[in-house]
Structure formats: structure tokens, C-alpha cells
Design a protein around this ligand. Sequence first.
Ligand code: 9MR
Length: 372
Amino acid sequence: MKHTFSLLVIAAASLGASAAVPATSEPALKDVFGDKFRVAVAINDAQAKEIDKEGAAIVKHHFNTVVAENVMKCSEIHPEKNRYHWDDADAFVEFAERNGMTVIGHCLIWHSQLAPWFLYDDEGKYVSADTLKARMRDHIHAVVGRYKGRVKGWDVVNEAIVESGKYRNSGFYKILGEEFIPLAFQYAHEADPEAELYYNDYGMNVPGRRDGVVRMVQDLKRRGLRIDAVGMQAHMGMDYPDFREFEDALNAFAATGCKVMITEWDMSALPTFSRSSNVGDVAAYQKALNPYPDALPEDVSAHWNSRMDAFFSLFLRHSDVINRVTAWGVTDGNSWKNGFPVRGRHDYPLLFDRNYEMKPFLKNLVNYHKHK
Ligand code: 9MR
């Protein structure tokens, strides 16, 4: 009963004009936190082209740095061997430049969202090591070269180390072995010697992966290659990552001499989904998959806000080594989490809700820090 009542109150409040404060009337995040780290967000095509006007307005008001959620990935920008598709990436970079924002490039070498032709010959077999090197070089030189001097830094390699600390057994690894990583960094540096270069991965709190990434970074440095930062994606949930493990990993990356960037921050508010969940009937199964289709219950929202506050406060405490914090999407409605790990979920993982309002934990932090 109490629960129903509070839901009604929340619903009424979100409808009432007096309760809603447009996010663009709040103090700008970049003004409040910009002296600590770059305040960044991943934007989609509709925001870059200002089709989603309210989303774009939030980006312009609150953020000083943008990354393209998809349009610079290999499958998008280089869909066929002899064809690049620049229009969407150009529009993204132009949007940033029109609005005085710093651009981050995502990403050059990744096993996923890789153009289907990239690793294969005409017969569908893996290409030789030399051919793959040439393709990587051409791709990296074309993309980095096109935006030379306009992109501050690149995620050069994405998600190449697994939880055990070993290299992911991707096509790149199968064809080139460990060498594909230093080669990618070398090519990126050749293409734009001024650009910062990053290694980016998820689940970085896991000790095996953490140590594997540290070893790989040290290897790049030993070879004299440029690497400026380690990107911790930071896709979180209500029960992961472990706070201490996350902080330990952050310290371990900083100890290599690299900066640390929080590159893809979001926190699912939904119960962690397991395919082995033993849910009896179809209706119960649907409900388990998508338990809060209308709004988050107050207790869940309170828990989510306090966890987000704890992590943001951790980022602030480590702002000597963290130089960028990036939300992976603008509003809850934009988030990839609505479709992962299963489609059709209604998730609440980002800094702004579906009504384009700032989440409570962030309002509190802004109010506290703007007076400092
Ligand atoms: O958010 C991105 C989503 O729109 C894409 O469909 C998806 C495709 O793989 O990629 C998402 O972004 C990923 C990012 O590029 C790399 N780290 C994991 C992110 C979430 O999957």
C-alpha cells in the first residue's frame, strides 16, 4: 500500500510543472567539476545532428567533451574495404567544434562492431599477418588522419584483455598475436603525433584483467610507444563492481604513470540478469526481466543514487590521476542498457532521466560543490 502511494506521488510530481527543473537551468556540470576532470558524454547521431534537441541542449549546457557512441567504430566508418562512410563522424566532430567541445575518438581496433570484411580474404579465410597489418595501418591512418588536430585522443585498442589477464582470442590476436596492440599504437601515433592514445576496457576491477592490462601497458612503455591513459569503462550495476576492487584497479593503472579515464560510466538499476534464473511462467519471466517499466521504486532509486554518489565522490577524490569522466549516454532513454543483456528493458542508468531532468544524487553534488 505504502509502495503504491509513493509511486503515485512520484508520478504526480513528475507531471506537475512546478516540480520539474529543466536540466539546462541547473548549474553546468562542466563549470562545477571542470577544474577536476573533463566532463564528458557519449552522444548518438540524433544528438550530434540536433534532431534530439533537448538531448543536444543538455550536452551543450553540461559537458565540455564528447565521444561518439557509435559513428566512429570500424563497421560504421569503414563498412567496405574500399569505402569509408564519413558523413556521420564529420557531423559529430562539427557539432563538437561548433560548441567549443573537446572530441574523443572511439575506437580504432576492437573485435566487436568490426567491419565484416576486415579480417578475411575473398574466400572467407583469415588474411595473412602482413595483410592484416596493412589493413590496420590503412584504417588507422585514414581515420586518425582525417581528424588530425581535431580529435584530442583516441581509444586505440578496446577490450583486448579477458578476466584471467590473458589476451582475448579475437581475430586480431589469432592472426597477429600480442603484436597487434603495439602495432595499433604505433600506427595511431604516426597518423597524429599530437593525439593522446588510450587503452580502454570493461570490468577493469577484476584483478586478473587489471593485472593483465597493467602488464600490457608496461610492455607498451618499455617499447617506447606512446600511451597516455587507461580507460576504465565503468559499466556498473547495483551489485558490481566491488568498490574497493575498483579503487585498487584505479590506483594500479595510475601507478604505471598513465592517467586514468572513466570512459563509459553508467549504472544499471535493474537486478543483474542471469540467463539461468529459475522463473516459472512467462508473465513472471517478463516481469523479472523488466521489473520497473514505469518508474523506479523509491527504495531502489535511493540505493542507485547513493551508489552513484559514492562512485562520483571516488572520482573526485582521485582527480589528481583521473582526467576525464564520461557518461555513456545522455538520458536514460538513450542507454544501450535498455537493450542489454536482453531487449525491451526499461533501465535507469544515466545522469539524466527520460524527462531530461538531472538525477537527485548529482543535483546534491552540484549544489554542494558549486559553493566551494
Ligand atoms: O552503446 C553502444 C551501443 O549503442 C552499440 O549498439 C554497442 C555495439 O556493440 O556498443 C555500445 O557501446 C559499447 C562501447 O562502444 C564499448 N564498450 C561497451 C559499450 C556497451 O556495449
